[in-house]
Ligand binder design. Sequence first.
Ligand SMILES: [Zn+2]
Length: 241
Amino acid sequence: MQFAIVDNKRTEPKKNLRGNCPLCNASVLARCGSINTHHWAHAKNENCDSWSEAETYWHKSWKGIFPEKNREVIITKCDKKHFADIRTENNVIIELQNSSIKPDVIKARESFYGKRMLWIINGLKYIDQISIKNDEILYDDIKRLKKEDKIPFITSQNIPLSTPEISSYLNHLDDFEFLWNNPVKRWKYSERPIFLDIPGEYILWIVSGKGEKHGRMEVKSKKKFIEKYGGNYSTFLSLVK
Ligand SMILES: [Zn+2]
């Protein structure tokens, strides 16, 4: 949690500060150690929002690019309250997911937030399991690009997303067929758009094959994506390590 109520104001954690949870009003303490991202934690019981996950630097940098009023927004529906990670000016809910999540929680969150919602998944831990499937067309393309000296090497192999030059490839693709060695099967229960956040300037929209070993991803400029939803790309670049 990045905000607690201190003296009636939404406040970021500072050492030794106490406040109240905006959702359940319980007492919360600022946790400002050197290992974990600075955050607020409930003084007594577990986190009151069963859907929230441990706050990482990845969460912090994605939330940090949106205006403060758009982060950790309390959504109330049928007497239930939850923190939406981001609610944009146009009322799109963006949920950030880093850790594993159960299928029933995916479904519950999607039905709670409705259709104007999307997921951003931290793709860092999956990039060496996902490849761009290389076919003849892509191979010819790469050969042509190599001639123009834009691509560092020619390959007839599938191209893992962890390849250091991956941005040079993605730069020339609108979409691609992907192969995912050990896919996160539970995401097949999702009925909302899923974007995979990978290092670099692109974000990948899983158009088909959620939770499957192969499918299709569309290559989107991270800058355009962030600006579309009212975020600030320069802030993002300054936050991302
Ligand atoms: Zn609470």
